[in-house]
Ligand binder design. Structure first.
Ligand SMILES: Nc1ncnc2c1ncn2[C@@H]1O[C@H](COP(=O)(O)OP(=O)(O)OP(=O)(O)O)[C@@H](O)[C@H]1O
Ligand SMILES: [Mg+2]
Length: 306
């Protein structure tokens, strides 16, 4: 539903915000887009929201080219920015009416849609309050309602939980889960993977403008949780990688570009994989996945295992 290939964006002469980023969000997924400050999350999301043109690469929403068909893409996409400016002297219901008008709605349809959305984000009692007088959490919820005003198939939410207290975070997650249940495809950015593990179906980890790892939540957690090892090889790194790939419990085998090192992840220690002769032991089947609920690694753990 949302995909990008080789996205590049350079700001000024030196800041490579996106450096060949690939991304793939299946239809109906709740996709956690995880990365540290400056990783490139907002730049990616703004690209899909048609607010920013990449220098290279391609991006699609529902097979529509984001760069060449921005008008059509905007109908499909609801965007919640990381910071949202509020207009002075505008009340909550006027704010939503204003955006409904911008999306071409007219007449009674606006009032009923606005009422439904206010109920959904639990702001019905605040409808006559000024937007700037709402608390941060309420403003975030209003912004989500605004993103939903044209009933888009796809939601792009840039750190919707930032600045919220723990209870408001739980409420926001509940709201997003509801939206997932009614079939929206949701891309949601965050710094912290553990915040999203009970919400997301898929995860992408971004760093320095590149996708490090992406896929169904359980697969990504499985890969991240296993300790990482590396073996320096004197010759034939491809053969070493082949051998490691057959080892039960080992996976994510990669050869460094200079061919000197083979990296892999495993539940077991290196010594249990490598024999003094360097000869492989007989493969005993494909690596099995652990059963049970996956844990919740943090970005710090990710850094340590890389
Ligand atoms: N308009 C801009 N002008 C110059 N540099 C920019 C601009 N927007 C982003 N950058 C740079 O691009 C890089 C990626 O920024 P981006 O905002 O996409 O990161 P992020 O992952 O959203 O970070 P955060 O978690 O802090 O929101 C950073 O180095 C940032 O300084
Ligand atoms: Mg950002």
């Amino acid at each position: 539903m949302i995909r990008a290939r080789g996205l590049r964006k350079v700001f000024g002469h030196r800041v490579r915000a996106l450096d060949g980023l690939d991304l793939n969000v299946p239809s109906g997924a709740i996709y956690g887009f995880i990365g540290q400050n400056g990783a490139g999350k907002t730049t990616t999301i703004r690209t899909f929201a048609t607010l920013l043109t990449p220098d290279a690469g391609e991006a699609f929403v529902a097979d529509l080219d984001v760069i060449h068909k921005p008008g059509e893409v905007r109908h499909l996409v609801g965007y919640m920015p990381d910071f949202f400016g509020v207009y002075d002297d505008l009340k909550v219901d006027e704010y939503l009416d204003f955006y409904a008008l911008l999306h071409g709605m007219r007449g009674r349809r606006i009032a009923s849609l606005r009422d439904d959305l206010l109920e959904l984000v639990d702001l019905t009692t605040k409808r006559n309050d000024y937007v700037e007088a709402l608390s941060r959490g309420m403003q975030q919820r209003l912004c989500l309602a605004r993103a939903l005003i044209h009933d888009p198939q796809v939601l792009l939410l840039d750190e919707p939980a930032s600045g919220l207290d723990p209870i408001a975070r739980v409420e926001m997650r509940g709201l997003l889960r509801e939206l997932g249940r009614i079939g929206k495809t949701i891309l949601i950015s965050s710094h912290i993977l553990s915040e999203l593990t009970d919400l997301c179906t898929h995860v992408g980890i971004v760093a320095n403008g590149k996708m490090l790892r992406e896929g169904p939540l359980a697969d990504v957690l499985w890969a991240l949780e296993r300790p990482g090892f590396f073996v320096r090889v004197l010759a034939d790194p491809e053969r070493a990688a082949e051998v490691l790939e057959t080892m039960p419990g080992a996976g994510a085998v990669e050869i460094d570009p200079d061919g000197s090192t083979v990296r892999f992840r495993s539940w077991r220690g290196v010594s249990q994989h490598l024999r003094p002769t360097g000869r492989p032991h007989k493969p005993t089947g494909r690596p099995r996945r652990p059963t049970g609920r996956p844990g919740r690694p943090t970005l710090r753990q990710l850094r340590q295992t890389r």
